[in-house]
Every structure is written in structure tokens, then in C-alpha cells.
Design a protein around this ligand. Structure first.
Ligand code: NAD
Length: 365
């Protein structure tokens, strides 16, 4: 009998509902039997349920073990803290896996070169934990006193953020990166850091990296200071394989790599923990494009393919990837971002591209 998978579905906001609908269409086209359990998160959850991260959303993900999620808006500089950061923390989704590969698109600056980089980003700590203090905080005077001792005046307005790196969380993400390399027959793992300046925090991350590397002698281990890495990856992206990074660098570097390979519209992601996983695109809610049936759904469709691999449905995941490759190559159903000029009149909408991919999936035996 055909197994029925129960999957939590979070549409998110902004362009979220459009790209999630597209991904759902493609998953269903593979023939996978799915019962989608719809739950809310962020601003929409606040409006409907009165909480940004409702317990019933967390319970659903814990119970089903997998969720497909659209992006959720976080206001810049004010308002609530990131719902995404808090969701990852509450479910202890400590891995952020972001594979980036080149597709046959015209717009990538490296369209003729092979890019196949897997970004493994630590997902729970670092500056990204958002532990910040401004001068109104009770802790500020004691922190300010420490700064003064180190010659940093706090007479003018100042704010302080803490960068937290722990041995335990560094070790598990680094181990994940090496395990991933071993299981997927990848040659190299590179640790990206700024340990020349941040000797304690990034220094600890780097030290653990080389300790763990000893357990994986068949994998080449190397490290790059992040500024040098950025220059090297733009010049020679084909030299890089698996990367492991603390949270904030991972966030920035995954967008950089996505840009090299054709943009955020093509970059999928997975947040993975010991007990459950949430699959979502790297991109955000792009509010200016919301509701216009305009943006590229491929990043979310590829995130759904990662979800199928996690569910050990490799064949169905590969069908999705093959269908995307063929639709891109044929060039008839492409959203604006994959066209050489952004106002190309032949570009199609989100739904039209998703339908072309779904039809292609159905056409495979
Ligand atoms: P964004 O990724 O939403 O958009 C940046 C730009 O990238 C867009 O203006 C658009 O030009 C392009 N883009 C993004 N997705 C695209 C797609 N599918 N197809 C074509 N082009 C695409 O980044 P932002 O504007 O910095 O963030 C908007 C909001 O999203 C913020 O509130 C941010 O916090 C949130 N965000 C959420 C997540 C998440 O939920 N995981 C991730 C990143 C950002």
C-alpha cells in the first residue's frame, strides 16, 4: 500500500503563499501521497491566533517531523525579534543546509562554470542569537564599564551585541558537515572564519574543526578567513565543495553563493535538527513582489525536493530536479529573474512556471 505522508505546511507571508503553492503542486505531481497539515507562523499567526509562534504550529512540526515553509517577514530595526530564529531555537534545528549549484541559466555570472557548493551553516548561536543591549537595558552599565576598561568610550550612544560560540554547538555542526561530505562522497570541507581577529569565538570554532577533521581522513579539510574566502569564491567557485560556518557568516555566504549561481530564486534550504526538519527557500518574503504572481518558485520547489530526500524518496526528488533543469533549458516558462533583462515580455508568472515543472514531472515514467 502507498504510504501517506503527513507534512506540516506553513505558507508564511509576502510571496510565501505563492511559492509554497507552487512547491505543493510539484510534490503532488511526483505521486507522493501527502496529507498537508496547515499551520500559521509570524504576523499571520499573530492576527489569527494571537501568537507569533503558536504552540500548535510547533506541536504539528514535532509530531509530523517535517514541515515545508514559506518565508516569514521580520521587521528591520524595530518590532518583534525574528520568528525564524526563534522557531529554529525552539525546535533545536541546529543545521542550516543550503546547497547551491549552477543551473543552465543565462543570467549567472558563471553560466559556463560548474558551481556545486553546499553551505552548512550553524543555526542556533553566534551574533544571530540576537542577544543585544541598548543603553536602556539594565545590563548596559556593567557591559559599558567593561568596554571603558578596554578603551572603548560609551559616552555617545552605543549598542552591544554578543557573539556566542560554544564547543558543543560548534562540534555538532562541524560533525554534520563532515558526515554529509562522507555520505555524499564530497571531497573537501572548508571552515570559514575570522579567527585572526575573533580569537576566542571563531578561534574555538576553528580549533574544533581541525579536531573533528581527524576523524575524517578521507575528506580534505581546509580553512579560509572569510574576507579572503569571499574573493576566492567569486574568482574560482569551482574550487569549493562543502563549507561549514558560524551562523552569521553562513547567512551572508549562502546569499553570495546563490548570487553566483543565478540568484535567490534558485536557492533552496533545510533546517535540520535531531528530531525534525523544516524546509524553506533561502530567500525572504520579498514584500514588494507579494501577490503579483511574479517571483521564481524554484527555490521553494527545490526545498521540497530536499524534503523528499530527507523522507528517503530520492527518486521523486530527482524527478523534481530533472524537471526543473529541463524547464530551464527549454526556456519557454521562465520567471523574470531568469531572463537576461528583467522586463522581458516573454517571462511568465510563478504559477505558470510551477505548472510547467509539474507537467514535466508527470511526463516522466
Ligand atoms: P528577500 O530575499 O525577501 O528579497 C530580496 C530580493 O531578492 C527581492 O527584492 C527580489 O528582488 C529577490 N528575490 C527574493 N526571492 C525571490 C524569488 N523567489 N524570485 C525572484 N526574486 C527573488 O530579502 P529581504 O528583502 O532582505 O527580506 C524581506 C523579508 O524577508 C525580511 O523581513 C526578512 O527578515 C525576511 N526573511 C525571511 C526569511 C525566512 O523566512 N526564512 C529569510 C530571509 C529573509
Amino acid at each position: 500500500m502507498n504510504k501517506v505522508y503527513r507534512i506540516t505546511l506553513i505558507e508564511g507571508d509576502g510571496i510565501g503563499p505563492e511559492v509554497v503553492k507552487a512547491a505543493k503542486l510539484c510534490v503532488e505531481a511526483t505521486g507522493l501521497k501527502v496529507e498537508w497539515e496547515e499551520r500559521f507562523l509570524g504576523r499571520i499567526a499573530q492576527e489569527k491566533i494571537g501568537q507569533l509562534i503558536p504552540e500548535e504550529t510547533l506541536d504539528s512540526i514535532r509530531k509530523n517531523k517535517v514541515a515545508l515553509k514559506g518565508p516569514v517577514t521580520t521587521p528591520v530595526g524595530e518590532g518583534f525579534r525574528s520568528v525564524n530564529v526563534e522557531l529554529r531555537r525552539k525546535l533545536d534545528l541546529y543545521v542550516n543546509l543550503r546547497p547551491v549549484k549552477s543551473w543552465p541559466v543565462l543570467i549567472s555570472p558563471f553560466k559556463d562554470r560548474k558551481i556545486d557548493i553546499v553551505v552548512v551553516r550553524e543555526n542556533t548561536e553566534d551574533l544571530y542569537a540576537g542577544i543585544e543591549f541598548n543603553s536602556e537595558d539594565d545590563f548596559f552599565p556593567s557591559l559599558a564599564c567593561e568596554l571603558e576598561k578596554r578603551g572603548l568610550s560609551t559616552k555617545k550612544e552605543k549598542a552591544i551585541s554578543l557573539k556566542i560560540i560554544s564547543e558543543e554547538n560548534s562540534r555538532r555542526i562541524i560533525r554534520f558537515a563532515f558526515d554529509y561530505a562522507r555520505e555524499n562522497k564530497r571531497r573537501k570541507v572548508a571552515c570559514i572564519h575570522k579567527a585572526n581577529i575573533l580569537k576566542f569565538t571563531d578561534g574555538l570554532f576553528l580549533k574544533i574543526f581541525y579536531e573533528e577533521a581527524e576523524n575524517f581522513p578521507e575528506v580534505i579539510s581546509e580553512d579560509y578567513i572569510i574576507d579572503n574566502f569571499c574573493m576566492q569564491v567569486v574568482l574560482r567557485p569551482e574550487n569549493f565543495d562543502v563549507l561549514v560556518l558560524p551562523n552569521l557568516y553562513g547567512d551572508i555566504v549562502s546569499d553570495l553563493c546563490a548570487g553566483l549561481a543565478g540568484g535567490l530564486g534558485l536557492a533552496p534550504g533545510a533546517n535540520i535538527g535531531k528530531d525534525c526538519a523544516v524546509f524553506e527557500p533561502v530567500h525572504g518574503s520579498a514584500p514588494k513582489h507579494a501577490g503579483k504572481n511574479k517571483v521564481n518558485p524554484i527555490a521553494t520547489i527545490l526545498s521540497a525536493a530536499l524534503m523528499l530526500k530527507y523522507l528517503e524518496q530520492e527518486e521523486k526528488a530527482e524527478k523534481i530536479e530533472r524537471a526543473i533543469e529541463e524547464v530551464i533549458k527549454e526556456g519557454k516558462f521562465l520567471t523574470y529573474d531568469l531572463k537576461p533583462t528583467r522586463s522581458d515580455p516573454t517571462s511568465v508568472g510563478t504559477l505558470q512556471m510551477a505548472e510547467a515543472i509539474a507537467d514535466k514531472i508527470k511526463s516522466f515514467k
